[in-house]
Design a protein around this ligand. Structure first.
Ligand SMILES: *Cc1c(COP(=O)(O)O)cnc(C)c1O
Ligand code: SF4
Length: 324
């Protein structure tokens, strides 16, 4: 292939970029062999992540996060379009508030990837061109809110101008002391994070800044993620990570232990290990609570306490995440 694009939206291009060895791997891996070349929830994966797959010790695990399979059509009771109650918690087109004095902003529908297990895969994203204005006027009337979380989609896919306008607006509200960003881009599109570097490095002068990355497998971490985390850490950011517990991806104590240790080496503390949100089409990723708890108990014996993530589930309507 000539110069490969930064993002693959065609599965055939992605597979061609990976090369013939991966065709055989996919055909011979039970979780991957049932590949769906025309998925309803579209395919999207960055070239960076394809390169991570090529270098991975366990490429099948990373492939399972991004490669559509026909299991997504299984209609399993309890797996729904709004599994975590985002819609009833919506305050306007972009603000979701579930928890006291803290609010989450759906900054954009755009993400650096389409994880096949995405909890918002069926979310009816609104088109909100002037999100900064909408967030600003909501905060004007909610001066009890002290933590604002930027989510989506991925907030770091916003253009530097749109991102900076949003931060300026939030920063005009002195009631907001903590600004938190949820992003998978450090392992998916490091090139896009770099576009924000200068501004991100200056943000701790305005707020207590927290980055919660989304990394599920140790093979997702490389020198580029290390560079991003390093730059943010030394400019004063608190770095945390959340993972989703996924069958066939990271449901072994060995993988979870390696993930925690590698995150820590890169300056990031494991925060949450989420039990799967029951979005329609993701049931084949489910790990039972019994197995999840035994995995946590096992890694607890192998890691320092600060490297053991909290095992939680989000239950619609609850006032916090729920420990499992
Ligand atoms: C998960 C979530 C948060 C953050 O919860 P923490 O337990 O603080 O990580 C905040 N708001 C919404 C709407 C959420 O879904
Ligand atoms: S990074 Fe998060 S929002 Fe984006 S596709 Fe994956 S799970 Fe969904």
């Amino acid at each position: 292939m000539e110069q490969a694009p930064l993002v693959f939206t065609q599965i055939s291009d992605f597979l061609e970029y990976l090369g013939p060895d991966f065709k055989a791997l996919i055909a011979n891996t039970p979780y991957l062999a049932n590949t769906d070349l025309t998925p309803t929830f579209p395919f999207c994966c960055s070239r960076h992540y394809a390169d991570l797959i090529k270098q991975a010790k366990n490429p099948a695990a990373l492939l399972r996060e991004v490669l559509p399979t026909k299991e997504e059509y299984l209609d399993v009771p309890g797996f729904t379009d709004d599994p975590v109650g985002d819609i009833p918690a919506g305050k306007n087109e972009c603000v979701i508030q579930k928890y006291e004095k803290r609010a989450l902003i759906m900054t954009t529908a755009t993400c650096g990837v389409r994880c096949r297990f995405c909890f918002r895969r069926n979310y009816p994203f609104q088109n909100t061109p002037s999100i900064d204005v909408m967030v600003g006027s909501w905060l004007d009337t909610h001066s009890d809110v002290w933590e604002v979380i930027l989510s989506g989609g991925d907030p770091l896919t916003l253009s530097p101008t749109a991102f900076q306008n949003l931060i300026e607006t939030i920063s005009d509200h002195s009631s907001v002391t903590t600004l938190r960003i949820h992003s998978r881009l450090p392992v998916m599109r490091p090139d896009l994070v770099e576009k924000h570097f200068e501004f991100l490095r200056d943000m701790p002068a305005r707020f207590d800044c927290v980055l919660v990355s989304h990394v599920d497998h140790p093979d997702e971490l490389d020198e580029e993620s290390m560079n991003i985390f390093g730059q943010l850490k030394y400019s004063g950011w608190t770095l945390l990570n959340q993972s989703v517990l996924l069958k066939g991806v990271n449901d072994s104590a060995d993988t979870l232990e390696k993930l925690s240790r590698k995150l820590f080496e890169q300056g990031v503390l494991p925060y949450y290990l989420h039990q799967l949100d029951h979005a329609k089409g993701v049931a084949h990723y489910e790990v039972s609570d019994e197995k999840a708890k035994s995995l946590i108990e096992e890694i607890r014996t192998k890691l320092p306490g600060y490297q053991v993530p909290k095992l939680v589930r989000e239950i619609a309507g609850e006032k916090s995440k729920t420990p499992v």
